[in-house]
Design a protein around this ligand. Structure first.
Ligand code: 13P
Ligand code: ZN
Length: 270
């Protein structure tokens, strides 16, 4: 069966192009091994000319929160390699619209199925819940990024810092002024939960209403931004703090870190 596909506006294609560019960087950083990581963009406000009927579009059943009805999202596919995004964006990702009852979604664009049926990311529910939370936030964040940055993950295995959000933030913030400045709301710590679970999605959306980055203990990180580049920046800067902290430990000393007074002084630069 040949399913119908919509045409995307240039402004939407530009946002998708940014995703492809960031994906190349993520691969170089080794944050998206195999099918690791997933990306979504909330396109609801940008896709204004929608079809009158969805009958000729592929339908995938799902269980979405009621408030998500009518949401249009670009999302990467489950099991897909994000490093392949720029070569084959319509095979690696899709644009999906959640139906009125929240019982599934129609694939409006992409999601091509050369090797088996395309399914949105196993973390789609987390992306949807984050976008729902961001709908009412003032920051206009429409991009969500989940990746596996090794230094933040390593720090989440630390027997003390990995269990204490306050100590985790102090460790990362105090490594250099920019981390306090550019991740001002800090890192939220979510204990290990089953990947793809509703519990993980709920905890993540709640934490991201307060924090710039969420660290899924022993798994990865999630951040949002106005576009994918901004979401990447939050994780990149937070991960730099983890990297320096671990580098000090592996050099044989516990880093002194900036003092609270020094960090408060840095915040006055804002
Ligand atoms: P997906 O391939 O289903 O997006 O899963 C990757 C991942 O990182 C799960 O947490
Ligand atoms: Zn993951």
């Amino acid at each position: 069966m040949q399913w119908e596909q919509v045409r995307l506006l240039d402004s939407v294609l530009e946002e998708i192009e940014k995703v492809c560019t960031v994906a190349a960087t993520l691969w170089q950083r080794r944050w998206i091994e195999r099918n690791g990581g997933n990306i979504s963009l909330n396109l609801t406000a940008k896709l204004t000319e929608l079809p009158e009927s969805y009958d000729s579009f592929r339908y995938l059943p799902g269980d979405f929160p009621a408030g998500a009805a009518g949401m249009v999202l670009f999302v990467t596919g489950s099991g897909k390699r994000l490093r392949d995004l720029s070569g084959s964006v319509e095979g690696v990702a899709c644009v999906a619209r959640i139906d009125e009852g929240g019982n599934g979604c129609h694939i409006l664009w992409g999601g091509h199925n050369e090797e088996g049926a395309f399914q949105p990311s196993s973390e789609f529910i987390a992306h949807v819940m984050i976008h729902l939370m961001k709908k009412t936030a003032t920051d206009k964040h429409r991009a969500v990024l989940h990746v596996h940055p090794q230094e933040l993950i390593a720090l989440s295995h630390h027997p003390v810092i990995g269990r204490d959000e306050r100590k985790l933030n102090h460790a990362c913030w105090s490594m250099l002024p920019e981390i306090r400045l550019f991740v001002p709301r800090g890192i939220g710590l979510v204990p290990f939960m089953l990947p793809g679970s509703k519990d993980l999605a709920t905890a993540t959306a709640r934490q991201l209403s307060l924090r710039d980055v969420v660290l899924w203990s022993k798994h990865g990180a999630v951040a949002t931004g106005k576009d994918i580049g901004e979401a990447f920046d939050y994780i990149d800067v937070a991960n730099k703090g983890a990297e320096i902290y671990l580098q000090c430990l592996s050099s044989g000393f516990v880093p002194e870190g900036m003092s609270d007074r020094e960090m408060n002084g840095v915040m006055r630069l804002l």
